[in-house]
Design a protein around this ligand. Structure first.
Ligand code: 9MR
Length: 450
C-alpha cells in the first residue's frame, strides 16, 4: 500500500526532530489539500466513490481511485442478485474484489445494499409472504456475516419509500411481507455485524419534502423504539438545481441522533454543476454528523447517467471544474464530524460469578420466523469449549446457524463452539446466532463448559 504523502512527510518532520506542532499542522494541511480524500479527512470525513469491479483493471480508473478517495462503495457487486444468485448459494467474488481494493487503499468500505426492491435475484422476485421474509432476513444475515467487521456502513434497506406526496412506503414484494420488514432487516444486520453503521438509503430526499418527511418519521420511530439505525443516506442524484433547504434537511435528520451521509452524488452537467457540487459539500461540512460524501462513479464515462457527464472527472480522467470546486470547499473546512460511535451494545452480559458459563438469548422475531442471537459469557474462570442448550417451541425449526455447530432437532437444540470462539476469557463473552422458522425460543438456555 503506498504511504499517503502527508504521512511520509510528517514522519520525515518528526524524524528530523522538528517538534513545533504548528509547523507540522501547516505541512499537514497543505499536503491534505491536494486530494478529495485527504481534504475531507481534515474534518474527520471521508470522500468516496462507487466502484465497479469490472473497471479495476483500467489503470486510469484505478489510478484516480487510489489517489483521490478514502472510501469505496460497490456499485452493484454486493446487491442481492450479485451475492445470492440462487437461494442459499452465495457468491462474493466481485464484492470481495471491491472490499480488498478498499482495504489495500486503507479506505472505508460502504456496503450497498442488503435489501432493495430492485436487483433482486429472479428466485426472490417470485416469492412472497413468510417465505420471502425468511429468505430476505437470511440474506441480510449471511451477507452481513460474510463482511462482518470490515464494512464501515451498510445500506441495510434501499429506496423503500414512494415518490410523490404520500410520504408512504413504496409497494413491493418486501413491503407486502409486512410493514415491519425494515426493522427486521436492521435487527438482523446488527446481530450479524455489530460494528457496522446501519443506514437507510434513498433518493429524492434532497430537501424537506413529503418523501424525506416519511423517512424522517420512520427514523424517529426507530430511535424511540430502539430499532438499531445509525445513519441515513441521501443519494443526491441531482439535476440542474438544488433545493434551498438541502442542508436544513440533513440537519433535521442529524438532530434525531443519526449520522447522515451523501451516498450516491452526481449532478447533471447542463446547469451549474460546479456550484451545486460545492453547495452539497458545504452542506455536509456544516452538519457535524454528516460523516462523508460518496460520488456515484469516477469518470463521466463510468456513470449510469449516460450523456449527462455528472461526475468530477471527464472521460479521459482529467479533473473538471466541479472537482476543483469540491476540493476548495473541502479545504475551507467546517466542524469536525463526530468519531465513530460505538455500536449499540448487545444484551448485557451477566455478571461473572463462579465457574462455568451463562447464555442469554435475544430475539428478532416476526410472523413466521426469527433470528436469535446468543451471548455466551464466561464466569470467573476462562472457558475452553462450551455447549449451549436451547428449547424451541413446537413447530419451530432452525434453518441456519453461525458461530456454532448445532445438533438435535425438535424441542431441544444443542450448540457447540467452533474453533475461533472456543476460548472465552474470564468474564468475557462471545456471540453466536441462528435463524429459524415458526416462533422463536424464550430466553431460558443452559450453558456448560467443556
Ligand atoms: O449504478 C448502478 C447501475 O450500474 C445499475 O445498472 C443500476 C441498476 O438498478 O443501479 C445503479 O445504482 C443505483 C443504486 O444502486 C441505488 N440508487 C440508484 C442508483 C442509480 O440507479
Amino acid at each position: 500500500m503506498p504511504i499517503p504523502r502527508g504521512r511520509s512527510l510528517l514522519l520525515t518532520v518528526v524524524a528530523a526532530g522538528v517538534a513545533a506542532a504548528a509547523s507540522i499542522a501547516v505541512i499537514g494541511t497543505a499536503e491534505a489539500a491536494t486530494t478529495l480524500g485527504a481534504s475531507a479527512a481534515q474534518t474527520g470525513r471521508y470522500y468516496g466513490a462507487a466502484v465497479a469491479a469490472g473497471r479495476l483493471g483500467d489503470a486510469t480508473y484505478t489510478g484516480i481511485l487510489n489517489r483521490e478517495f478514502n472510501s469505496v462503495t460497490a456499485e452493484n457487486e454486493m446487491k442481492w442478485d450479485a451475492t445470492e444468485p440462487a437461494q442459499g448459494r452465495f457468491t462474493y467474488a466481485n464484492g470481495d474484489r471491491i472490499l480488498n481494493q478498499g482495504i489495500a487503499m486503507g479506505a472505508k468500505v460502504r456496503g450497498h445494499a442488503l435489501l432493495w426492491h430492485q436487483q433482486q435475484p429472479g428466485w426472490a422476485r417470485s416469492m412472497s409472504g413468510a417465505a420471502l421474509r425468511n429468505a430476505a432476513i437470511n440474506h441480510v444475515t449471511q451477507v452481513a456475516t460474510h463482511y462482518r467487521g470490515r464494512i464501515h456502513s451498510w445500506d441495510v434497506v434501499n429506496e423503500a419509500f414512494a415518490d410523490g406526496g404520500s410520504g408512504a412506503r413504496r409497494d413491493s414484494n418486501l413491503q407486502r411481507t409486512g410493514n415491519d420488514w425494515i426493522e427486521a432487516a436492521f435487527r438482523a444486520a446488527r446481530a450479524a455485524d455489530p460494528g457496522a453503521k446501519l443506514c437507510y438509503n434513498d433518493y429524492n430526499t434532497d430537501g424537506v419534502n413529503a418523501k424525506s418527511t416519511g423517512i424522517y418519521n420512520m427514523v424517529r420511530d426507530f430511535k424511540a423504539r430502539g430499532v438499531p439505525i445509525d445513519c441515513v443516506g441521501f443519494q443526491s442524484h441531482l439535476g440542474t438545481g438544488i433545493s434551498g433547504d438541502y442542508q436544513a434537511n440533513l440537519q433535521r435528520f442529524a438532530d434525531l441522533g443519526v449520522d447522515v451521509q451523501i451516498t450516491e452524488l452526481d449532478v447533471a452537467q447542463g446547469g451549474n454543476q460546479a456550484n451545486i457540487y460545492a453547495t452539497v459539500t458545504r452542506a455536509c461540512l456544516a452538519v457535524a454528523r454528516c460523516t462523508g460524501i460518496t460520488v456515484w462513479g469516477i469518470r463521466d464515462s463510468d456513470s449510469w447517467r449516460t450523456g449527462e457527464n455528472p461526475l468530477l472527472f471527464d472521460n479521459s480522467g482529467n479533473r473538471k471544474a466541479a472537482y476543483n470546486s469540491v476540493l476548495s470547499a473541502l479545504n475551507a473546512g467546517g466542524p469536525t464530524s463526530p468519531g465513530p460511535s460505538p455500536s449499540s451494545p448487545g444484551p448485557s452480559p451477566s455478571t461473572p460469578s463462579g465457574d462455568g458459563c451463562t447464555a442469554t438469548v435475544s430475539l428478532n422475531a416476526w410472523n413466521g420466523g426469527y433470528v436469535a442471537t446468543v451471548r455466551v459469557t464466561a464466569g470467573a474462570t476462562a472457558v475452553n469449549g462450551w455447549a449451549v442448550g436451547v428449547t424451541l417451541p413446537s413447530g419451530s425449526a432452525v434453518t441456519n446457524v453461525w458461530g456454532a455447530t448445532s445438533s438435535g432437532a425438535g424441542a431441544t437444540m444443542s450448540f457447540r463452539n467452533v474453533d475461533y470462539n472456543r476460548q472465552i476469557a474470564a468474564g468475557g463473552s462471545i456471540e453466536f446466532g441462528f435463524q429459524g422458522t415458526g416462533a422463536g425460543p424464550g430466553s431460558a438456555s443452559s450453558c456448560r463448559v467443556g
